[in-house]
Design a protein. Structure first.
Length: 103
């Protein structure tokens, strides 16, 4: 769901917890939440409004617009390696710019 999500798939609502936050539209739909429920300022009672399987933070996923930068699912080892490489590249670029502009 995260890999497939776009910015338009993020819903900002206070209906889940009473506090405005971003949630993934598909998880809200799977939990049975309607657009009308999501526009409500009142917190949804998960004991009454939804069946016993749908619980906030278990089946309803929170995410921000950064989902658009997630392109794949990797084992943790590969993800950490990628992050290390990207960090090292970023440091090299920063050093290059500092040298180039005398910063």
């Amino acid at each position: 769901m995260i890999v497939d999500s776009k910015t338009a798939d993020i819903v900002y609502t206070a209906a889940v917890s009473g506090v405005p936050a971003n949630f993934m539209r598909k998880s809200l739909e799977k939990a049975g939440l309607s657009e009308e429920m999501l526009k409500s300022a009142a917190r949804i009672d998960f004991g009454k409004e939804l069946d016993s399987e749908a619980k906030a933070w278990k089946t309803i996923w929170s995410a921000g617009q950064g989902v658009t930068s997630i392109q794949d699912v990797l084992p943790v080892r590969e993800l950490i390696s990628r992050l290390q490489q990207e960090f090292a590249q970023s440091l090299q670029k920063q050093q290059h710019l500092q040298q180039q502009y005398g910063l």
